[in-house]
Ligand binder design. Structure first.
Ligand SMILES: NC(=O)c1ccc[n+]([C@@H]2O[C@H](COP(=O)([O-])OP(=O)(O)OC[C@H]3O[C@@H](n4cnc5c(N)ncnc54)[C@H](OP(=O)(O)O)[C@@H]3O)[C@@H](O)[C@H]2O)c1
Length: 177
């Protein structure tokens, strides 16, 4: 079988497992903002050439005034409601699993799954995410959008790195066995 590209999740969560608060906001990430510290994001970003994300995450970026944070990457926004292509950003009605299965067979760098939870869990249910970098923010949100939903199949993870930072952020890196 030909080499398949790595499919990676790089995401931040509260200690109680939420990627956004109950208003869908991610201002809790500001708790760990630190000058000159990107928690390995740009190194990770450079290992990828393709980004897959859900339409709601895309819209959140737009409301934050970030037109396209993915620079020169090939970007696929999953949506049942929007279609079209603008530059390297494609809105696609393809099921995220079918999309990732196609993309990972095309030669290239890694595939970055940005989120959000609906997109991630759809992929996890089919065991399509092979690598995860999870940054745990030192806060309990008490509610919001859960990173991991119910009903995912058992998947054993191998911890390949863990780091902690002076801000209290703990970063866990896993490969799915
Ligand atoms: N903490 C972090 O690091 C982090 C990272 C990423 C995102 N987030 C946050 O997560 C929140 C969004 O997460 P979310 O789970 O609500 O939404 P999401 O996964 O970003 O987007 C969901 C949308 O994507 C499309 N979609 C997803 N799965 C699909 C499928 N199987 N088939 C067809 N379309 C599908 C649908 O778009 P249509 O409705 O257009 O059909 C759906 O409404 C935002 O608040 C964002 O800021 C946080």
């Amino acid at each position: 079988m030909a080499m398949q590209r790595r499919v990676s999740l790089f995401i931040a969560t509260s200690l109680d497992g939420y990627i956004a608060d109950s208003n869908g906001e991610i201002s809790f990430l500001d708790l760990v903002k630190a000058d000159g510290e990107d928690y390995g994001y740009s190194d990770f970003f450079n290992t990828t050439d393709t980004v897959v994300l859900g339409r709601k995450t895309w819209d959140t970026l737009q409301t934050m005034g970030i037109e396209n944070p993915y620079a020169d990457k090939e970007v696929f926004v999953i949506s049942r409601s929007k279609a079209g292509k603008s530059g390297k950003v494609t809105f696609t009605g393809l099921d995220p699993c079918a999309l990732v299965e196609q993309l990972r067979c095309i030669p290239g760098k890694g595939i970055y799954i940005d989120g959000g939870a609906e997109t991630v869990n759809t992929l996890i249910r089919k065991k399509l995410i092979g690598h995860m970098v999870i940054s745990v923010i030192p806060v309990i949100l008490g509610g919001g959008i859960r990173l991991f939903g119910e009903g995912n199949p058992l998947q054993n993870l191998k911890l390949i790195n863990s780091r902690s930072f002076p801000t209290g952020l703990v970063q866990l890196e896993y490969v799915v066995e």
